[in-house]
Write a protein that binds this ligand. Structure first.
Ligand SMILES: Nc1nc2c(ncn2[C@@H]2O[C@H](COP(=O)(O)OP(=O)(O)O)[C@@H](O)[C@H]2O)c(=O)[nH]1
Ligand SMILES: [Mg+2]
Length: 314
């Protein structure tokens, strides 16, 4: 199977927990499979749902699996795992992942959105660190003006990274800070402008109006901006993460997810559910509180970490 051939040394430690919960349970189910198809299907559904894959996505995975693997009872566990892996892959890639958009004619503006505590501010710093390592000129914008502490937090990261941070005053309109950030970026030949925003849980109408305004003002300053709007989601919120993704995707033009705290107790199944339900790819995962604890998301490695061991078994 081609998709299990990746270098094991590149194993993402952030997926260890996913492997432990989903992988271990899938292994148990396939090694102790029920002969009755309905019973086996139920076992499989429960395992997938418990791993945060969500009801609709789990149902689709089961349907597809049984279409291609009718004789499952007579197969080895490793072959069933391979079939399951193929099914995960099919469901994930039903919609192709779009590439990250970079602006060729000026600063690329990245807007980070998401609820409070999801990891936006620290992820801004991790991304900045990463783009700096790619020799890009980076600046940060602290547009979370609702808490002075939030701006200070980003400023502290900026100092450590030695990148400029454009801050507003407490309670200043976040859009006006974004405008300042965009102007700074244009005047200083910044390649990547990473904008932290507030994550207040508020009414859908207010949130929509605020995001709409932020998007509009940056677009006026820099054509095409924001080039990327990424939803930052705490992987440990499980099914609630899927609801957040659906809500934000409905009210703003998202083009990716950053899944944080994958080093926590996350079950990781949410990745497949989000992609299936919203079409949004996971761009990065974060696996700790350090500046370097960010990784590209690679679906093949993710899949390998869940089911690779058994699928590779002789
Ligand atoms: N263990 C762990 N903690 C994280 C990760 N990402 C963020 N955090 C922590 O989560 C908390 C909230 O993060 P913050 O960036 O302030 O979230 P914000 O409110 O969305 O801006 C902080 O204590 C972060 O250090 C991660 O990948 N792993
Ligand atoms: Mg913050």
């Amino acid at each position: 199977m081609g998709f299990f051939s990746k270098d094991k040394n590149k194993y993402l430690h952030g997926f260890a927990k996913t492997n432990d919960s989903l992988g271990r349970k899938l292994r148990f189910v396939t090694e102790n499979k029920k002969q009755n198809k309905d019973d086996f299907m139920e076992q499989l559904m429960v395992t997938l749902i418990e791993a945060d894959i969500g009801y609709q996505t789990s149902e689709l995975i089961c349907d597809r699996f049984f279409e291609t693997c009718q004789n499952y009872y007579y197969l080895f566990a490793k072959d069933i795992m391979n079939f399951l892996g193929q099914t995960f892959r099919e469901v994930y890639y039903e919609k192709e992942d779009e590439e990250i958009v970079f602006n060729e004619n000026g600063p690329t503006v990245i807007l980070m959105v998401g609820v409070n505590g999801s990891g936006k501010t620290s992820t801004c710093a991790k991304l900045a660190n990463r783009y700096l390592a790619e020799d890009r000129k980076v600046a940060l914008v602290a547009a979370d003006t609702f808490r002075a502490g939030a701006m200070q937090q980003l400023q502290m990261w900026a100092d450590r990274l030695d990148v400029p941070c454009i801050c507003g005053k407490e309670n200043e309109d976040p859009s006006s800070v974004l405008v300042k950030g965009c102007r700074y970026a244009k005047e200083n030949d910044i390649d990547i402008l990473i904008c932290d925003t507030a994550g207040r849980l508020q009414t859908k109408v207010n949130l929509m109006a605020e995001l709409e305004k932020m998007t509009r003002v940056v677009g006026k300053e820099i054509p095409g901006a924001p080039h990327d709007t990424w939803l930052v989601l705490d992987a440990n919120t499980g099914q609630n993460g899927l609801s957040q993704a659906e809500l934000f995707n409905e009210i703003t033009d998202l083009n990716g997810i950053i899944l944080t705290k994958m080093d926590g107790t996350s079950k990781g199944g949410i990745i497949i559910a989000i992609k299936h339900m919203t079409g949004l790819p996971v761009r990065f995962i974060t696996v700790g509180e350090g500046m370097e604890d960010i990784q590209d998301f690679d679906f093949d490695l993710y899949l390998d970490s869940i089911i690779g061991d058994l699928a590779h078994a002789k």
